[in-house]
Design a binder for this molecule. Structure first.
Ligand SMILES: [Zn+2]
Length: 156
């Protein structure tokens, strides 16, 4: 898949998953690597991820800059789904709906007006919490729809 197409797909996902008002002020750096490792503070281990979205917080304001890292060893289909998934998180962070404190090692995530305190967990619980969290349910749900929309747009 060409870089031009990846750029176009990412822009398409931003158009559909980030608020119209915020969109013009957003910048995203896309990074590709065959192995995305991230420290999981919940289980105190490094884990392999297919993608991640890192908001850059400036003075505690709502983030406008993001680094999206994508596992480049995936097939084109899954690379697109990963980008779509992470762009949904860009929409969530940039609107202020989602705020994570995981990087500050407090293991707390704020969603709307709720603070989810993940505290201490073993592997099993942290996986369950991950897939059941409202921001992941939204991102997993939308990644498929966004890709279908994009493919439809490419064919038209
Ligand atoms: Zn996610």
């Amino acid at each position: 898949m060409s870089l031009k197409l990846i750029r176009e797909a990412a822009q398409f996902f931003v158009n559909h998953a980030v608020s119209k008002r915020i969109k013009p002020n957003i910048s995203i750096i896309l990074e590709f690597s065959p192995e995305i490792m991230r420290y999981n503070a919940l289980i105190e281990k490094f884990e392999k991820y297919t993608g991640e979205c890192e908001p850059v917080y400036n003075n505690g304001l709502r983030p406008r800059e993001f680094i999206i890292r994508v596992d480049s060893s995936q097939s084109v289909r899954y690379i697109l789904q990963t980008i779509a998934h992470e762009v949904v998180h860009v929409g969530q962070y940039s609107s202020g709906r989602l705020k994570d404190y995981v990087r500050t090692k407090t293991n707390k995530i704020k969603w709307d007006d709720w603070v989810y305190d993940f505290g201490e967990h073993d592997d099993c619980d942290s996986d369950l919490d991950y897939y059941m969290s409202p921001w992941e349910i939204e991102a997993y749900g939308m990644q498929v729809g966004l890709c279908k929309l994009y493919i439809k747009y490419r064919k038209s």
